[in-house]
Design a protein around this ligand. Structure first.
Ligand code: 13P
Ligand code: SF4
Length: 357
């Protein structure tokens, strides 16, 4: 297994410090009451209709936003299906509740549409950990390699890639490339990269050293102990989790894939290693089942994320309302960059299409 990071240790440590200082600045979202939420939801639905806008939300956003997306004719999904939906809707404006790369992906695939986000500050540790200049230089050093990047990257990194993938199709795509004997650069999530390499046996795969701060916190020993307490439970894990967690899981998959597994598998109890926002949809689709959050590094104040992505948490009904009311937070991507980044994104959608055909 090859893990490469062209950054020196100290540069990587600097990136981590940056992520930490960023997180310390991120305001903790204040949950509002159901009654207040209902009032805001009515106003937001009206604004969405007036603007011919549709709300697309990720499974990790809060339950109020997810339910609003569903009630207003929008969509709640994983990052792949969010991209597909955005590409197919007739709405003039797409409002993306999620993180920066999701808004940028919507803009790249729909340059003629207006893309708004409740906040433009919500980023992702994977995106932050893969600066386009050093990544591009790394690719230049390995010209034979097919460049496959995870969707959780900047528009610049996507523009340098041959393929963009999400966790829903990463395994299939690398398998496809490996079967053609193609060497691969994978970036930026090392845990997903290691998992793919193990599953596919891809021999020549260079893996960037990035990680998701939320999934990286799941703890192996504590998970074993939890399973001891609930031996009848099945473990469902997102592939951004460390390998020792994935090795214990019955199902490893994208957010949509693990929700589907929770509905279709025979077990009545699941230990879930991903962001806790996913429980809204799991409980909605399988109300008779029990879902337990996999243990993280610490409790309360001692854990960095507590299985709750701080950037996803920056999306609220309040800032969504402000955005629509005052026409704020439009996602803009340089048109030249858009055209370059659209190619590997469109290849991802075409590959997905060819799988379902
Ligand atoms: P999905 O593609 O599974 O929705 O995951 C996106 C993400 O950011 C996971 O942390
Ligand atoms: Fe990024 Fe992790 Fe948050 Fe997903 S959960 S958006 S990978 S930081």
């Amino acid at each position: 297994m090859t893990i490469l990071n062209p950054n020196t240790e100290s540069e990587y440590a600097a990136e981590r410090t940056f992520v930490k200082s960023y997180l310390d600045r991120v305001p903790v979202s204040s949950a509002i009451s159901d009654a207040q939420a209902d009032v805001l939801k009515v106003k937001i639905k009206q604004l969405l209709a007036e603007r011919n806008a549709v709300l697309v939300a990720h499974y990790y956003t809060n339950a109020q936003l997810q339910s609003l997306a569903e009630e207003s004719g929008g969509f709640v999904a994983d990052s792949l299906e969010m991209a597909r939906f955005g590409n197919q809707t007739d709405a003039e404006t797409i409002v993306v509740a999620g993180v920066k790369f999701m808004g940028e992906t919507a803009k790249i695939l729909n340059p003629e549409k207006t893309i708004l986000m409740p906040t433009l500050e919500a980023t992702c540790s994977l995106d932050l950990g893969c600066p386009s200049e050093s990544f591009s230089a790394f690719c230049d050093d390995h010209p034979r390699h097919e460049v496959v990047v995870y969707a959780n990257t900047s528009a610049e990194v996507k523009a340098r890639a041959d393929w963009v993938v999400t966790s829903a199709i990463a395994l299939d795509l690398v398998e496809h490339l490996a079967s053609q004997g193609k060497p691969v650069i994978w970036a930026p999530d090392k845990h997903l990269g290691n998992y793919i390499q193990k599953q596919t046996g891809a021999e020549d795969m260079l893996i960037w050293d990035g990680a998701c701060i939320v999934h990286e916190e799941f703890k192996t020993r504590a998970l074993e102990q939890m399973l001891h307490l609930h031996p009848e439970a099945a473990i469902l894990a997102h592939p951004e989790s460390p390998m020792a967690i994935l090795e214990q899981a019955e199902v490893v998959g994208s957010t949509t894939q693990i929700i589907k597994a929770a509905c279709e598998r025979p077990e009545g109890k699941f230990i879930v290693a991903t962001d806790a926002g996913i429980f809204y949809k799991m409980k909605q689709l399988a109300p008779e089942k029990e879902f337990i959050l996999a243990p993280t590094a610490g409790e309360g104040a001692t854990c960095r994320s507590c299985a709750s992505c701080p950037w996803m948490g920056m999306n609220t009904l309040e800032n969504l309302h402000e955005t629509l009311l005052n026409n704020l937070n439009e996602v803009r991507v340089d048109p030249v960059l858009c055209r370059k980044a659209m190619l590997p994104l469109q290849r991802m959608l075409d590959f997905r299409q060819s799988q379902t055909a």
